[in-house]
Design a protein around this ligand. Structure first.
Ligand code: LLP
Length: 413
């Protein structure tokens, strides 16, 4: 469900024609729908209403302040992975007591900032990190609340770059070592065990690995409680997939069942870290056709957005539907939609059937709200796109297009 629909032959975001946004703000531009964002958060919260749950939006998926503010207002907490993300949460007045901090490489400075901000817990990913957190807790004279992120060794059956729960992954501590590490934490000052954490991967389309991982971590949680660790929170990570093309991920209710059933008797507050499912289809990347070029092998449509603006196709061979904003009549043809960046991998859509397009036409790259702008760069010295948030019939620029001054900020010749 999303709020990008054709009305009178032209694609709109809620009640705003994308053509109007392109005219007023230029291209390339990310466009987000308030109604889709708020609806998705509510659907996830409601699916877990039967058990105590805290939904911590995974900031890395889309870290625009306006998006964070909507989620903060909707009662969400936040899953962060850096001091920069913590600062974003603070800037929008997010409740730092609802923040969980993950990542294999937190610096001590980041730990200090998060501890001072009073976050819910650190999801610790190694023995050495636990020692560092203990040092920081001692220095500040407080007990740093932590969960160990365990690696449940299940195959999430997702792209190898975004599967995180296998033994070979850099994430988490090996399942069998977790108990010993919790035991060790008792001897370290400046720490308090608050939870247990796992995350098996992203773009999950099958509930079986989820259920399997929950069963494993649920068992460990029970053992830890039996040994007297004062755990209150079980963080189940994020990862629920969305439909980019032919995937059929479980609905939120099915996902909720797979999570809740193995865990419902634990008495734990569940922490969820959804990213993609909340924001992916709430956003599109709006781009304009610069040129067409026919070679003996292919028809190219060259647009003004590139892999620096949306990296997913180049990095993961990810598929994003591409739609003409005002489709022309005529015979569809198979084209390569490519960007201006000097790399052969700068292909936004490979072998796409599109209606006829002409120079100046607008295309919408769909389902680009997650890991789009947040993974963008200025490679090829391309200023990064603007971002626009639509709310019913209003469109508001929530990040201005980068200027050349922004591009070279801090550089000296
Ligand atoms: N929690 C942890 C510990 C994570 O590592 C992630 C994502 C999430 C939650 C949120 O996962 P989600 O619900 O969004 O699947 N750039 C890739 C995705 C990388 C995901 C990294 N971790 C992409 O564009 O597909």
């Amino acid at each position: 469900m999303n709020h990008f629909e054709a009305k009178g032959g032209a694609l709109c975001c809620e009640a705003v024609p994308l053509e109007r946004i392109a005219r007023d703000v230029g291209t390339p531009t990310y466009v987000y729908s308030t109604a889709t964002l708020t609806r998705h958060l509510r659907v996830v919260q409601e699916a877990f209403a039967a058990v105590p749950t805290l939904v911590c939006y995974s900031v890395k998926a889309n870290s625009n302040l306006a998006v964070l503010k909507l989620f903060a207002k909707g009662g969400a907490g936040f899953d962060i992975v850096s001091g920069g993300e913590l600062e974003r949460v603070r800037r929008v007045g997010g409740d730092t007591r609802k923040v969980v901090f993950a990542g294999v490489g937190k610096t001590e400075a980041e730990m200090v900032a998060a501890l001072k901000a009073g976050i819910l817990m650190f999801n610790v990913e190694s023995a050495e990190e636990l020692e560092a957190l203990s040092r920081v807790g001692r220095q500040l004279g407080v007990a740093a609340p932590f969960a160990l992120r365990v690696n449940p060794d299940v195959d999430a059956k997702t792209h190898r770059y975004i599967a995180t729960g296998l033994k070979t992954s850099k994430f988490g501590v090996p399942f069998d070592e977790a108990m010993a590490l919790y035991a060790r934490s008792r001897k370290l000052e400046g720490l308090v065990a608050r939870g247990l954490d796992c995350h098996i991967g992203s773009q999950l389309t099958d509930t079986r690995p989820v259920r399997e991982a929950m069963t494993r971590v649920g068992g460990l949680y029970r053992q830890l409680k039996a040994k007297g660790f004062p755990l209150t929170h079980l963080d189940v990570g994020g990862g629920l997939g969305v439909t980019y093309t032919t995937e059929s991920p479980p609905g939120v209710a099915d996902y909720a069942r797979a999570v809740i059933e193995p865990l419902k008797d634990l008495g734990a507050t569940l922490v969820l870290e959804p990213g993609r499912v909340l924001v992916a289809n709430a956003g599109v990347l709006l781009t304009r056709v610069l040129y067409r070029k026919q070679t003996p092998a292919k028809h190219f449509v060259i647009v003004d957005a590139g892999m620096n603006d949306l990296l997913r196709p180049a990095l993961y061979e990810a598929h994003h539907d591409i739609r003409a904003v005002a489709p022309r009549k005529g015979r569809a043809r198979t084209v390569e939609v490519v960007g201006p960046v000097c790399e052969s991998s700068d292909v936004l859509g490979h072998a796409r059937r599109l209606p006829p397009v002409a120079q100046g036409d607008l295309l919408a790259i769909m389902t680009a709200g997650a890991y789009g702008m947040s993974m963008s760069s200025s490679y090829n010295s391309r200023p990064r796109p603007a971002e626009v948030l639509v709310d019913e019939d209003r469109a508001r620029v929530v990040r201005t297009r980068e200027t050349f001054t922004d591009l070279m900020r801090g550089e000296t010749a």
